[in-house]
Design a protein around this ligand. Structure first.
Ligand code: ADP
Ligand code: MG
Length: 486
């Protein structure tokens, strides 16, 4: 039994990617390869420029607030967080502190962690502008202002996670919520998700609902991947446990560290004892404005089907197992593909089987997305239909599936070209079978004497005669009928 338990709180930053323009300027909200090609004077903090609030970004932020069961504000304000750093040429970031009220406070979200239902309290959710991105080289650094001003949602949880697995399961749930609700692509590869991770430990037998029992927290800044979050938490728990064992934990200062991917360790950056005072004040260039109840209700109605709702639909309407349903909803693109198959009239169970085994297997192996593979939902439907109508066997279907992917050829065309069509025509099979039986008097006798395994021999003969194209179950039942007649 562990002697200590961990308390973990997350600050999850996610760029809102689905708006036309940045949050306060008219620059496009789009990822651009070429640095500094998507920048307006406002993003550079030029004098005389004024911010204009992007309504769609506010709408999406409020949508996230509603999904997370937060309380929404009556009035919207923004604030200035003053600091000097090359990633923010205005020398302040327009953001929202918890007072006045940001886009959401005091929510709660249930999520699944390895089959167990967990719940986390949301402390607050706020909308702010992203900073520029910095790249550091051996003797110089570069700044790319393309990212400056991209709408950013920051979600702050209570310290309710007790393990790295719980924290990562929560992040995965959030990522899919953002994707399904059309708030963000939430792609960590594009740097759209970044996390600050807060970790402390306490004695196992202490009451973890009482904050006075909490240990001193360590904040780990800017972890860019979920794997990084997991490893950083586990490393930090181990490090703090060692300090505890050495009697040094209680004298540890509240501090900020960073995750070093290469060494797999957290590295001390600064003490939080004399934390920076950002001198927040209400942003004077954005008047406070009222958020009407009607608008909130409209946004609530406009929330698209969320992953948890799709899961229910898959299990209740299509009778899929929880395991398959979860596999299908994990990625929105995969779930959309499945829904498209259903809309075309494909049998849900067969579609689910093909997608969760062969398609997911293939895209994981080839490291491509489901949108990139050649077989579209209508082609998958054709393959499944050809099996159901016994035009091809399941073994042939499998071959066709891979050949279609590789040769980028329509499965129906391939079946024709390869002469793969199964012989499932009664008269045709019966003729073949009759001539085989005519030459096998001896084996018919054996069968009639009770050696039923002779039937396998006959099926084998039919297969040989048809070069594998006969439908085996049809062949076997016609064989039985014809032997009976003799
Ligand atoms: P700060 O003022 O340093 O930003 P906050 O109180 O706003 O601190 O909390 C920031 C994050 O730290 C939140 O996610 C919160 O859950 C987490 N946190 C606060 N105290 C602790 C603690 N003792 N152990 C672990 N996480 C904590
Ligand atoms: Mg903070």
């Amino acid at each position: 039994m562990a002697k200590y338990k961990a308390c973990i709180g997350l600050e999850m930053h996610c760029e809102i990617s689905e708006t036309n323009t940045k949050v306060f300027s008219s620059a496009e909200n789009a990822y651009k390869e070429m640095p500094n090609t998507n920048v307006r004077p406002l993003d550079m903090g030029f004098p005389g420029t004024l911010p204009v609030v992007n309504k769609e970004a506010v709408r999406k932020a409020l949508m996230a607030s509603i999904i997370l069961n937060c309380k929404q504000p009556e009035f919207m304000y923004f604030e200035r967080k003053n600091y000097y750093y090359p990633d923010m040429p205005k020398n302040y970031q327009i953001t929202q502190e918890t007072k006045p009220i940001p886009v959401g406070i005091y929510g709660v979200l249930k999520f699944d962690c390895k089959g167990e239902e967990k719940s986390v309290r949301i402390d607050n959710l706020h909308l702010e502008e992203d900073a520029a991105s910095l790249d550091h080289y051996s003797t110089y650094s570069t700044v790319d202002y393309n990212r400056a001003g991209v709408p950013l949602l920051e979600l702050v949880t209570a310290p309710d996670f007790r393990s790295a697995e719980e924290a990562v399961s929560f992040l995965e749930t959030m990522r899919s919520i953002y994707q399904y609700s059309g708030i963000s692509e939430a792609d960590s590869k594009k740097g759209q998700i970044r996390c600050d991770v807060n970790v402390s430990i306490m004695d196992e037998d202490l009451d973890d609902s009482d904050y006075s029992n909490f240990g001193t927290k360590v904040e780990i800044k800017n972890v860019n991947s979920f794997g990084g979050v997991r490893d950083a938490i586990n490393y930090e728990i181990k490090r703090q446990t060692e300090l505890k064992e050495d009697g040094k934990y209680d004298e540890m200062e509240q501090q900020t560290r960073r995750w070093d991917e290469e060494s797999g360790t957290t590295i001390y950056m600064r003490s939080k004892v004399d934390a920076i005072d950002y001198k927040y004040f209400v942003e004077p260039n954005i008047p406070k404005y009222k958020i009407s109840k009607e608008w909130i209700e409209q946004i609530r109605k406009d929330i698209p089907e969320l992953p948890s709702e799709r899961l229910e639909r898959y299990m209740n309407e299509y009778n899929l197992s929880p395991y398959d349903a979860k596999n299908l909803i994990k990625e929105k693109a995969v779930s959309d593909y499945f829904d498209e198959c259903i809309a075309l009239g494909t049998d849900p169970k067969s579609a689910s089987n093909w997608i969760t085994t062969r398609i997911l297997g293939y895209i994981n192996k080839e490291n491509v997305t489901i949108d990139e593979i050649y077989i579209r939902p209508n082609m998958l439907k054709d393959i499944i239909d050809m099996i159901n109508s016994t035009q091809i066997s399941s073994k042939q279907a499998k071959d066709i599936f891979y050949k279609a992917l590789e040769d980028k050829k329509d499965p129906k065309t391939l079946v024709k070209e390869l002469g793969m069509e199964q012989i499932a025509d009664d008269t045709e099979l019966r003729n073949i079978i009759t001539s085989i039986l005519d030459e096998n008097e001896e084996n018919i006798m054996k069968y009639k004497e009770g050696r039923t395994n002779v039937l396998d021999y006959f099926v084998g003969q039919v297969m040989r005669a048809t070069r594998g194209k006969a439908n085996p179950s049809m062949a076997s039942s016609i064989l039985k009928e014809e032997i009976e007649k003799r």
